[in-house]
Every structure is written in C-alpha cells, then in structure tokens.
Design a protein around this ligand. Structure first.
Ligand SMILES: [Zn+2]
Length: 379
C-alpha cells in the first residue's frame, strides 16, 4: 500500500531543499502546499523570527472520518550543517549524500513517512480520527520550534515524534536536563609582584570541579562541566571565570539533588578561598544560573501512544523494543507540554555527519508503522 517510488521521490525532493536551522522558509512553504493538497487544515506561526530565522512551525489537521483520540505526528524541518546543496545519491537500497554535506534524512525521513502514510489512508479510505501534524523549525539548535509552538491548538494528547535511528526502537524515556552556568569573581592582582593581594578564580573553579561528582552518577543521572573560560595573562591572578555545565536525570529529584551539589561545590570552594591579606579579609563571590533545558520523557508502556507504536512496529515484522534515550528532543518539550509522545526511528543513520545515509527499506517500514498506528487506533 505504501508507494515506495513516491516515497523515495518525495524524500529526494525534500532533501534537495536547503533548510539548515533558521532557514526553513522554503521547506515550510513546500510542506504547507503538500499538507493542503492532502486536505489538511494548515496553520503556521512565525516563531522563528524571534531567533533570527525566516520561518516558524508548520501545523495541520486532517479531520477525522470516525471517532477516536486525535493523534499527533511530529518531525523537524531543519538540518545541521553542512546541509546546503544536498545531492542525494541512490545506490542499491541506500540513499546517501555525495559526501560533501549531510543527507538531511534527519529529519526529512520522518516528514515523508508522515506525508506518505496520510496519502495512503486517503487513497484507501481507511478510517481515522483527527490526525494532526507538527513540523518544527530550529530543532537542531535548541528545540526552538517545540519550545515555542502553541500546543493548545492541537486536540491530540497522544503523539509520535519521528526522529530517531532504529525503526524497531520506541523511545519512551529520556532525561530532563538542567544547564548550569557559573560565574566566579575572584580578585585580580599582579602574579609576580603581589600574588597575595589576588584571589584566583581559576583556583576556585579547579577546587570546585575537583570536588564535584561528575560523569555517570547512577543509572538515571549524568553530569558534566563542559566549558570553562577565564584568564587574561600568565602574570595576572585571574579575577573572573565562567563555566558551563549540565546535569541530566530521568528522575527529577535526582536532577535537583545533582544540580544543587554542583552549585554547593562552587559555594564551598569560594568559602575555602577566603583569607586575610595585610589584615584585610579577601572574599571571592560566585553566581549561578540554572535553566531547565528540557523536560523528561516518561511515557508509561500502557499509554495509548506506546501501545500503538509497539503493536505497529511488530506488525511490520520488526521486534519492537522500548528504549531509553540520553538526549533531548522535540518530544521532551512536547511531553512537558502535556502530549504523551514517544519517539520512533526512521532508519536515518550516521546522522550529523557527511556519511549520513538511509536504507529505503527502513523508510518503507517506518511509513508502514505510521500507517499501522492510525489503522490500529481507530479499528
Ligand atoms: Zn533530528
């Protein structure tokens, strides 16, 4: 029922449209046309403008011809760099780039699976409830589309993001992440002439990091300091250091505990750096900013979206597996906004590299998975 040639042709058409993050206008226009041609009500926002982009999210709804829960299917329109001028090469059962760019199967393979599945349900008069779609902008540079999209316009409370690699995997758990930025204010002084008059922000940072628990904290939690900046010259006791870190956990209590322990490590190091110089008390200071980068995904295996995905993947002859993921995605944000969303794999491989490729069989499989989800939901 899935038309393989049509699917591949549409994929090739879409990967040829340049759409690096914040330059999604051309693909957004094209997708609006395609959704309208398929009979969906389409609406867009211009949320990308806030970030210097030229497009926002593209959304649509295919009105149901039967009753049942509305379902949301999501994929992102943007690609990473180098993503302009993609020249797709079809070789046997594989589509890849010519080696000078990424392919953009991340995430255009998700987009075409959704479009083709909708086409097939219409051609075959398959019963369906409201089918909603969301094509986001700016996913690769901070989940911008998912963060800004007005989800109150959707009826669906259950959804599927097509944005992972293995078609047999159903991502139902992913951690929440806190980003933590520290600023440490020491005191500058000449390192050769009067080192005792200075407080080294670098030494405080080193002391703090040394006492932080980082890396894998436990099965659910990780932490890292990833950026450290500061210092002007070897002959100056460093007055200022900025560092950036993160903590992730599937468990929100553990996330808060880990975040606090990293902050307290800095406070303690600042405290330890206190001393008297010439009768004068020398004190450093620190400031930290914590932001919740994204919420977690924690969809129960008995939730409708999880059950439908599991059955749909098995139905195409693959062995469905529920898996946890370590990263953040649009689905984290949308779960945080109240849509029970799992992530499905499209077969995209070696993503974010010039060696990216996708197997055509996997593209057909994920399209059939989408189709099965719709069929099972309203049967
Ligand atoms: Zn992606």
């Amino acid at each position: 029922m899935v038309n393989k040639k049509r699917l591949v042709d549409e994929f090739i058409e879409l990967v040829r449209i340049d759409s690096e993050s914040l330059n999604e206008k051309n693909i957004a226009d094209e997708l609006e046309k395609k959704l309208k041609a398929l009979g969906l009500d389409v609406w867009r926002d211009n949320a990308g403008e806030k970030f210097g982009g030229n497009a926002g999210n593209v959304m649509g709804r295919l009105k149901g011809n039967t009753n049942g829960e509305a379902l949301l299917f999501a994929a992102h329109m943007d690609t990473v760099k180098p993503g302009n001028g993609v020249k797709p090469v079809v070789e046997n059962d594989i589509i890849k780039s010519d080696g000078t760019t990424v392919l953009g199967g991340d995430d255009k393979s998700g987009i075409v699976a959704i479009l083709e599945a909708i086409r097939v349900i219409e051609e075959n008069n398959i019963k369906h409830g409201d089918i909603e779609v969301l094509f986001t902008f700016g996913e690769e540079i901070g989940l911008l589309g998912a963060k800004t999209v007005d989800t109150s316009k959707f009826r669906a409370k259950q959804g599927f993001a097509l944005d992972s690699e293995d078609v047999s995997y159903i991502v139902y758990k992913a951690p929440a992440q806190n980003s933590i930025e520290f600023e440490i204010f020491g005191k500058e002084s000449h390192a050769g002439v009067a080192p005792e008059k200075g407080i080294s922000a670098i030494e405080i940072a080193a002391d703090a990091i040394n006492r932080m628990k980082l890396g894998r904290i436990d099965a659910e939690t990780t932490a890292n300091i990833g950026v450290i900046e500061g210092g002007r010259a070897t002959n100056i006791v460093t007055g200022y250091v900025k560092m950036k870190g993160e903590a992730r956990s599937h468990n929100l209590d553990k996330l808060e505990r880990q975040t606090r322990s990293m902050i307290e490590a800095v406070w303690d190091a600042v405290e330890r750096s206190k001393r008297y110089s010439g009768g004068e008390l020398m004190i450093a200071r620190s400031k930290e900013t914590v932001s919740r980068e994204y919420d977690r995904i924690s969809v129960d295996k008995n939730e409708l979206s999880a059950r439908l995905a599991y059955r749909a993947v098995n139905e195409v002859g693959l062995k469905a597996q529920f898996v946890e993921m370590g990263g953040g995605s649009d689905a984290n944000i949308l779960n945080g906004k109240g849509i029970k969303m799992v992530i499905l794999g499209t077969g995209m491989s070696n993503v974010h590299t010039k060696e990216e490729y996708i197997k055509i069989d996997d593209m057909v499989n994920i399209t059939e998975v989408v189709l099965n989800i719709i069929k099972f939901a309203y049967a």
